[in-house]
Design a protein around this ligand. Sequence first.
Ligand code: MG
Length: 397
Amino acid sequence: MASMPPSPLIRKRLAILGSTGSVGSQTLAVVEALTRAGHAFSVVALAAGKNLELLAAQAQRFQPKLIAIERAKDLSKLRRLVGTFWSGEIVVGEEGLIAAATHPDADLIVNALVGALGLIPTLEALKAKKIVALANKESLVIGGHLVHGVQSKRSLIPIDSEHSALFQLMHSLHPSEIERIILTASGGPFRTRPLDSFAQITVAEALQHPTWQMGKRITIDSATLVNKAFEVIEAHWLFDLPYEKISVLIHPQSVVHGLVELTDGSILAHLSTTDMKLPIQYALTYPERVPSSVARLDLVKQKLEFAPVGRERYPAFWLVCEAGQRGGTFPAVANAADEVFVQRFLKNEIPFVGIARGIERVLAEHEGVPTPALEEILEADRWARQRASEFPPNSLS
Ligand code: MG
């Protein structure tokens, strides 16, 4: 076989928001790997919350010009930790996140923040004409229409594995060729558990995810499939597709990450091993594709199964999808209520089935705002959190 031409040298200047979290640290590991491969990636800004030790180590290693931290009271501790190894600018709070997201020297903003606080930096980065590599799902789940209003073509690159797969598949397609897209879901640990034993599900059982290693909330959201419903909402905004053209299939092996069914009946699929470094690297190098050290998929060992998402087994999935379709402030309410009920389940306050029941109750009480401004979204989020924390446990079992 003829040898491949050398990959083009890629030059990019990054701001990484949420740099000490799982996606943030993996992004920096990918930056190091790409640098070793001869590409020219620099980190001009880092933003992180409370993990000051890791942040200081990252500052020493990557020498950003700016660091954003959550709390003013951590300023002196961070200065002490970086000592003489780093002497850039530190900005605090929301102002810091915006400064990092709009830094004049950055061309690609990796938003790996967790939670609703990720929305404003996404909006500000897009307004400043930056490219945003998006791992913060709340940006699209709660603020989809606001992001949609300021994004331009290809200014948002998904990092979530399913959306990255679909983004890669749809890259060369014309919208008129697409019949529907299909996101896959592992189905979580309760895919085959008898329905009559759902009342006895324990926290430890719910935290056993079959294929991905993740944080606690997203692991529970994967067991209820609420995470997949959020991904449906994200896909709606990201790919500008009506909800009728987005479906979900349970695929226990997590080998196929996304499928696109075309109008002639052809189906395109994206397959890979489950490693977040792959979608992260693609987002960093896009529109180029370069070699990676990600484990190769052994097709001979694969068995591919697909099944529909049952309403009885996954009621919260359907509730959150419906909230997405209703739009306005409903997705923000679903997201906030889910977060509170997941926390209450993790504290053993409510049963596993109480998560869906609680989301249903809070959504039923909500009077939606059709095209909310940012403040109305944040207000709906606050209201839903308050309401979700008030339901007595016995009303949810
Ligand atoms: Mg995902």
